[in-house]
Write a protein that binds this ligand. Structure first.
Ligand SMILES: Nc1ncnc2c1ncn2[C@@H]1O[C@H](COP(=O)(O)OP(=O)(O)O)[C@@H](O)[C@H]1O
Ligand SMILES: [Mg+2]
Length: 102
């Protein structure tokens, strides 16, 4: 895995954890990284306040940047949150045989 690829994943994890620390009032947060046959699944989750993903937000660019970084590594970015239900940031990175990740 190239340094650029790792850096983008690292940036996503940092922003998700930073959001969770600043906005969620969570008592529990976790990172789960799992390897499937043809994908890496990454979840950054918390059991905090959650928020509406439908309502327009005027806040920063963190969520948008995470989605953009995921796209740069051909990953699928999914944000799951709702008021009172915590938040999960999910990144699914498809693995292709013989493909060099950079
Ligand atoms: N883990 C989370 N728990 C609760 N609210 C969140 C979480 N992550 C994001 N949010 C909400 O989404 C908004 C937008 O996040 P973001 O785009 O990263 O901007 P910023 O962090 O600068 O406010 C936050 O202001 C917050 O209201
Ligand atoms: Mg943020």
């Amino acid at each position: 895995m190239s340094p650029v690829f790792a850096l983008r994943i690292n940036n996503i994890v940092r922003e998700a954890l930073s959001n969770s620390t600043r906005h969620a009032q969570a008592s529990h947060r976790w990172i789960r990284l799992s390897l499937a046959e043809n994908a890496i699944h990454l979840i950054i989750g918390d059991n905090g306040d959650g928020f509406s993903t439908v309502r327009k937000r005027r806040a920063g660019h963190g969520l948008r940047n995470m989605a953009a970084r995921a796209k740069q590594i051909s990953a699928i970015f999914t944000l799951k949150s709702a008021p009172g239900e915590g938040t999960r940031v999910m990144v699914d990175i498809p693995l292709k045989k013989e493909h060099i990740y950079e």
